[in-house]
Design a protein around this ligand. Sequence first.
Ligand SMILES: NC(=O)c1ccc[n+]([C@@H]2O[C@H](COP(=O)([O-])OP(=O)(O)OC[C@H]3O[C@@H](n4cnc5c(N)ncnc54)[C@H](O)[C@@H]3O)[C@@H](O)[C@H]2O)c1
Length: 291
Amino acid sequence: MIVKVKEPLSAEYPYLRPDLVVFTYLHLASSIELAEALMRSGVTALAYETVQRADGSLPLLAPMSEVAGKLATQVGAHCLEAQSGGRGVLMGGVPGVPPAEVVVLGCGSVGTNAAKVAVGMGASVTMLDINHDRLKYLDDMMSGRVVTVYSNSRNIERAVRYADLLIGAVLVRAARAPSLVTKAMVEKMKPGAVIVDVAIDQGGCVETIRATSHSEPTYVEYGVVHYAVPNMPALTPRTSTLALTNATLPYVEALANQGLDAALAADPALAWGLNTRGGEIVHPVVKAAFA
Ligand SMILES: NC(=O)c1ccc[n+]([C@@H]2O[C@H](COP(=O)([O-])OP(=O)(O)OC[C@H]3O[C@@H](n4cnc5c(N)ncnc54)[C@H](O)[C@@H]3O)[C@@H](O)[C@H]2O)c1
């Protein structure tokens, strides 16, 4: 068994083989090349991000989402500085000058953590989601310090237009992220506004987004600074490694001690992690994404 963090790189494809278990983040729905490599090799691949408990929670995605969410606001605040090409707006404002308008699209682990940091910095925060229960929970939990808005194209368009910082944090389980912020919406954003699309590892939820890297993290399109690094937690490896391995270790121990089949049979949450086996994609939602 190989335990990794990121998906197998193309240089690693020749090492994949039928009697090997790979346990790592895969994000298969956004990479047909990787899906084909896994199927060709016959490897058994378990994806952290599809391990799912009965209540729908994703225990192995959550720790990295918490890190990436908090980083999204931190990075976004930096991108808003004039030196970085941003509007030159201070997140918290000062007495007599309004704070930055932060819009968070998707209110799961990433979105909630991004909002917590933005509220802490004194920004004005709007959060959008299609999940009513989640909006209700956040409204209570944040004690009115954020504005919650139901997510539809009209409300997204309005919010995006006044945003200084837009954080993309949408996830449709095991599927490619929906392109909710269109090119036309980006064109209408304020000059020097910033987009941090954390959902880039699932393809991104902004039409004008493309993946960037830690060495060249941003580009400007339509006067808007775009940031879309797929592995944001690598910015803070000391925090991220401990957060991830705290969560993965019990599953690694179960696989190692019980063997693959017994471990999958004993724990339905882990069984949801199974993505490919014997040359087939076996996860129903991942399979549907390719269909
Ligand atoms: N770039 C990185 O380094 C990095 C790190 C961690 C996670 N991520 C990614 O961030 C994304 C979010 O992860 P998460 O853990 O917060 O997921 P999550 O499941 O906790 O939350 C996703 C939220 O999106 C909402 N949503 C779905 N469709 C929507 C729509 N049309 N409009 C508004 N909201 C909608 C869901 O209701 C849910 O509340 C994922 O793609 C994840 O892979 C990226």
